[in-house]
Design a protein around this ligand. Structure first.
Ligand SMILES: C[N+](C)(C)CCCC[C@H](N)C(=O)O
Ligand SMILES: O=C(O)CCC(=O)C(=O)O
Ligand SMILES: [Fe+2]
Length: 426
């Protein structure tokens, strides 16, 4: 049992409906049979609410699966459900055939054999399931916990500049998968990537984006072009400076990628500001984990209201400023747009002050001058920005400035990257 002490404390009793500062006492009954299989029942008593909450994890099994020195725990229903035999899984479509709804929830194999590196389970109906330990390890919770969903390099201006990340070049980018792959690697690691020498047109900009993903049509159109003409009810369509922000925070799924191409600027100012939101979030987590937690837990509303003769929109979405995966605490989305943040009425009165404190602390990190990367977008230079991670803004400007671009669907960029065999992405 001492083998599993670390496992119990680190894996199970943290995320399940508990507050971070809640203390609980656990009552664990463990039954280990002669084959080394485990059944355990966990009851937990919350000391804060003094109510008895009961969590029963039944049927956890370890048919002595020690792989690379680490114990793996699997559940019998899981092991039946993930069977890769021909009748259980269609390898042509990569889809499950097993009817999970028909698996007996207290299923146990009648025989468990470990032959070399293969685990063979015989189920009560005679069906057999065979797993290689390597497959089980690759697909285990333990492995998932150790592996970032998306490997990244957090940056401030200095880190980014010193990395000397090379922009992709239009011709090579359009013609070779190698150049696209290099570009996507940079994009995934840093949350920004450039393609240079792109013809100075909307059509070429569109072609560049379609190498990587699908365009996400929004109320602004598919490919959009904008200038300071107030054609839409939003500050982007002015000459004013814009503080760092992520776009479309008012969507339940904010746009994954934003693409900009400055087709023309005859005037001064107008530089683009970029800030790595995940770097700031990690700084916040290190300095005050409780403020990080608060921003990750409290849902707030953003909105886009436009009421002009030509455009009527009322879009609103609710979500926290930070979103992190519960099993490894990896931040995967930041929603930060103080312009579009709506009335805050989703926060209980006693948490409002704490939320503003936490938000201020994040804002202070985001505003550190050393975290600001300033670039002047020029005709030919197309930038891709991970809109779930990197904040953008702009300096005020004079003169005629025309930008075109679009939003891209995030899942399709990631799919392109996986299909090209890019690592650091699960
Ligand atoms: C990019 N484009 C100019 C088309 C739209 C700008 C949208 C601006 C909006 N406040 C937001 O942050 O989502
Ligand atoms: O004008 C710019 O450089 C960017 C404006 C902006 O934030 C946007 O269009 O989303
Ligand atoms: Fe924006």
């Amino acid at each position: 049992v001492s083998d599993f002490k670390g496992f119990f404390t680190s894996h199970y009793f943290h995320p399940i409906g508990m507050d971070a500062d809640e203390t609980v006492s656990l009552n664990v009954d463990v039954f280990i049979d002669t084959e080394g299989q485990i059944d355990m029942t966990v009851r937990r008593q919350s000391l804060i609410s003094s109510s008895l909450q009961c969590i029963i994890l039944r049927g956890w099994t370890i048919p002595r699966l020690n792989y690379r020195g680490a114990p793996m725990l699997f559940n019998y229903v899981w092991l039946r459900d993930h069977c890769r035999s021909a009748s259980s899984f269609n390898t042509a479509t990569n889809q499950r055939n097993v009817d999970t709804g028909s698996i007996d929830l207290s299923i146990r194999p009648v025989r468990t054999n470990l032959q070399g590196d293969n685990l063979i389970l015989t189920w009560p109906d005679g069906h057999t399931t065979e797993y290689s330990l390597a497959w089980l390890f690759e697909n285990s919770y333990e492995k998932q916990k150790q592996t970032p969903v998306q490997r990244r390099i957090l940056w401030n201006a200095d880190v980014y500049n010193k990395a000397h990340v090379q922009p992709a070049k239009w011709e090579k980018f359009m013609e070779t998968d190698d150049e696209l792959k290099k570009f996507l690697r940079n994009y995934l690691l840093y949350g920004i990537a450039f393609v240079d020498e792109v013809p100075n047109t909307v059509e070429a900009t569109e072609a560049v984006t379609q190498r990587a993903s699908l365009i996400r049509e929004t109320t602004y159109g598919k490919m959009w072009c904008f200038t300071s003409d107030f054609s839409r009810g939003d500050t982007a369509y002015s000459q004013l400076a814009l503080d760092r922000h992520t776009d479309t925070s008012y969507f339940h799924e904010p746009c994954g990628i934003q693409v900009f191409h400055c087709l023309k600027h005859e005037g001064t100012g107008g530089r683009t500001l970029l800030v790595d939101g995940f770097y700031a979030a990690e700084q916040l987590r290190q300095k005050s984990p409780e403020n990080f937690e608060l921003l990750a837990r409290v849902p707030i509303r953003h909105e886009y209201i436009e009421n002009t003769d030509s455009h009527k929109n009322h879009i609103t979405a609710i979500g926290p400023v930070l979103q992190a995966y519960p099993w490894n605490n990896e931040v995967y989305m930041m929603r930060y747009n103080n312009y579009d943040r709506s009335v805050m009425n989703t926060v209980p009165p006693d948490a409002v002050q704490r939320w503003y404190v936490a938000h201020r602390e994040l804002t202070a990190e985001l505003r550190r001058p050393e975290n600001e990367l300033w670039v002047k977008l020029t005709p030919g230079k197309v930038i891709f920005i991970d809109n779930w991670r990197v904040l953008h803004g702009r300096e005020s400007f004079t003169g005629l400035r025309q930008l075109c671009g679009c939003y891209l669907t995030r899942d399709d960029v990631l799919s392109t990257a996986r299909c090209l065999g890019l690592e650091g992405l699960s």
